[in-house]
Design a protein around this ligand. Sequence first.
Ligand code: 5GP
Length: 193
Amino acid sequence: MNFLEERILKDGIVKEGNVLKVDSFLNHQMDVKLLDEIGKEFHRRFADKKVTKVLTIEASGIAIAYTVARCFDVPMVFAKKSKSVNVDGEMYTAEVESFTHKNKNQVIVSKKFLGKDDHVLIVDDFLANGCALQGLVSIAESAGATVEGIGIVIEKGFQIGGRVIRNLGYQLESLAIVDAMDAKTRTVTFREQ
Ligand code: 5GP
């Protein structure tokens, strides 16, 4: 069992509706030493890739992207959730349905910060149905950038996102894959990796 799986078992809370709450160390209060470890682990797993930028989506991806970008010594960019339906041509846009809020957001990245010469590592905190990741992949593709890989802190392996993204041919590395969880018995089962 790795450092993250141990922490999920210790402090994660399984909620009804297939939601794992990790707000005591990742999503609200943040354990900065754990974040350091997460950054180092992604750096190790993608060490052979030429990464020029780390891309994520606000809000909970930002801390993850920061720690990874520190390790690669490159900038990080986060897609912003835009309220305006009409954003001008200086932005890449994608529509993303939120798993936790059940609403749709248009997300935007300024064309100033992503381009065809970029080699992008996409990261996020959770992978559920894959909408957030598909939005980020589509933004990177609109920019003509190369997606070098995708790093996820917690993948819920019983939801469809991981399969969809791997079938698209991307190197997807998840630090913990939850194969099953039960709110009543408070159990979490991890996939052997
Ligand atoms: P997806 O787009 O893959 O369906 O969902 C991923 C996004 O939803 C992540 O950016 C994450 O913020 C949020 N999310 C999905 N499942 C969970 C969960 O079980 N717990 C928490 N805290 N966030 C989740």
